[in-house]
Design a binder for this molecule. Sequence first.
Ligand code: FES
Length: 123
Amino acid sequence: MVPDDACTERAPDDLGPGPWQRIGPVAALRFDPGAVVRVRGAEIAVFRLADRWVGVENSCPHAGAALADGDLRGDILSCLWHGWSFDLRTGRCTTFRDVAVRTWQVVERDGSLWIAPGPRATG
Ligand code: FES
């Protein structure tokens, strides 16, 4: 897990509204399929999708399993404990439509990942 104090440096200007925090080099993270990082006290599972990076809170809203350890197929992550599935692009649970996980924006710049809070999924 990458510690919470990864970096306080200024974010690249092209990232847009943040607040952005640098996670660290991609090469320093271990993806299986998600990599766990801690940002502002939150434990976040970071995933590399086909065309983007995403982050979600690393706790399944059903019973707290680590979503970083889930089964990732395309954009859909299935929790290993009881099979609830989540669309990582939105955070929405595809098993129960009124459930969602918090999402985080994740961007790579020059080999490093930056993270900022994402929009909350609505039912
Ligand atoms: S803890 Fe994730 S589906 Fe039950």
